[in-house]
Design a protein around this ligand. Structure first.
Ligand code: ADP
Length: 423
């Protein structure tokens, strides 16, 4: 069966988040890390390609996304989804808008929607403004993100400088009126030459309406949640087989490692709670790394009993992060940490770890790359948007969960492990 929906995600955790939500419907979902070099063979009904382009220069992000689109088209996909973070993480130049515009051009699409809302994780869009829980995006901890600090909450204002076409809004009142009204509003905006339509959503029922109204659009863009209703809608339309498959869960040896390179507010709590459980822990100091490399962390790791699920973390409070970035530069500090955690992942695997809990989008990218992983099969969801996934690394079957900074509950690191213990 050819691929029905082809998805392109701007980072790894975003891709696993989307893949996990699509897999809730029981449809087989496969996730590729980077654009595969080989043409598609045994493609799944839903294919997600994870890029690492959130903060890449615009031309690089655009060319990666276009290559991904081409591969997905070869797999048979006729409808596409451009997935970015539910906190609309982008720099002043992009890459949400430029990539959407390039994909639209390649697909001959005149209009697309932008809907980062993810109600289960507290992300809502109202009158074009993005909320994180009860806070506006620009007042939420996202204002201090190491790579994409978000200092505006208005999606039209963020998007307009990123695109050449006109930007418009379909507000919550129209969404509340139902899919027919949304379709009418889209047509009206199209007549006014609006190519980029931000769509309000505060509840899952809004996302159902939006997905229903927009399911025939060749390109949709958003956070993962607006894509969640698509498998059912495609089944109803007859373009996706009705048979459901069981969650994918091969058994793995119990050696576990937890790696956290995220400084997001939720990850900080998760690390703190995990330390309270007396797991063996090592805090990575980026300044020390800059001077001496990751050897101290690797030496510590070599002494650990992996069945106790040790954690290595660089997770730091905003003030500490600022200090380190002042000394090393934000990009340099980020890369040092990513390389160190990636090296630890490989060392842990070589020492027998088969279960990997990783926190941080960029961090996950670095870790999967180092583990030589290029295809993941999606398993059971641990928390909304965070599934266990299964893959091969150096010939071993490993379980990997890649958690975006602010996802998961406080006990996520333990919750993840407990789920594998019961399967
Ligand atoms: P999130 O999903 O929370 O955004 P990411 O891994 O995508 O997490 O981004 C966090 C970035 O911050 C990474 O580049 C990481 O290497 C960097 N980082 C983590 N800890 C520190 C630290 N203590 N000092 C400086 N940079 C850090």
């Amino acid at each position: 069966m050819p691929t029905v929906l082809g998805c392109i995600a701007d980072d790894f955790t975003g891709a696993t988040d989307l893949a996990g939500l699509l897999a809730r419907s029981g449809v087989p979902v496969s996730l590729r890390i980077g654009v595969p070099e080989e043409p598609p063979v045994n493609a799944a009904a839903m294919e997600v390609i994870a890029l690492k382009c959130r903060t890449a220069p615009v031309p690089e992000a655009v060319s990666d996304a276009r290559a991904a689109l081409k591969w997905l088209q070869q797999a048979g996909a006729k409808r596409f989804f451009w997935k970015y973070c539910s906190t609309f993480d982008s720099t002043a130049k992009g890459n949400i808008g430029p990539v959407a515009e390039a994909l639209m051009k390649d697909l001959g699409a005149e209009q697309t929607i932008y809907c980062p809302a993810f109600p289960e994780n507290g992300r809502a869009v109202f009158m074009g403004n993005l909320f994180v829980g009860q806070q506006l995006l620009a007042e939420s901890p996202m204002k201090d993100h190491p790579l994409t600090p978000m200092r505006d909450s208005n999606l039209m204002r963020i998007l307009s400088p990123q695109v050449q076409g006109k930007v418009g809004l379909i507000n919550r009142l129209a969404v509340a009126a139902g899919d027919e009204t949304v379709r009418k509003e889209l047509r009206k905006l199209q007549e006014e030459g609006v190519a980029h339509v931000v769509v309000d959503a505060v509840a899952n029922s809004d996302l159902e309406v939006i997905a229903h109204a927009c399911r025939e659009m060749v390109l949709l863009t958003g956070g993962s949640a607006v894509a969640m209703p698509l498998p059912e809608l495609f089944r109803a339309e007859g373009i996706l087989a009705a048979d459901a498959s069981k969650a994918f869960a091969p058994s793995t040896d119990p050696g576990t490692i937890v790696l956290s390179g995220s400084c997001s507010a939720m990850t900080r709590q998760q690390v703190a709670r995990y330390l309270e459980t007396n797991a063996p822990a090592y805090q990575i100091d980026p300044v020390e790394l800059a001077n001496n490399g990751p050897q101290a962390a690797l030496n510590w790791l070599a002494q650990q009993d992996l069945t106790r699920a040790p954690i290595l973390y660089a997770t730091a409070e905003p003030a500490e992060l600022k200090k380190v970035q002042g000394i090393l530069g934000a990009e340099n500090a980020g890369e040092l940490v990513e390389h160190a955690l990636a090296a630890c992942a490989v060392a842990a695997r070589d020492a027998g770890a088969r279960r990997f809990v990783v926190a941080g989008g960029e961090t996950s990218g670095a870790v999967t790359q180092a583990l030589g992983v290029n295809r993941l099969h999606i398993g059971e969801e641990i928390a909304p948007g965070v599934p266990w996934t299964y893959c091969r690394s150096d010939g071993h079957v490993i379980a990997l969960t890649l958690k975006s900074g602010n996802f998961g509950a406080e006990m996520f690191f333990r919750d993840a492990q407990a789920m594998l213990e019961t399967t």
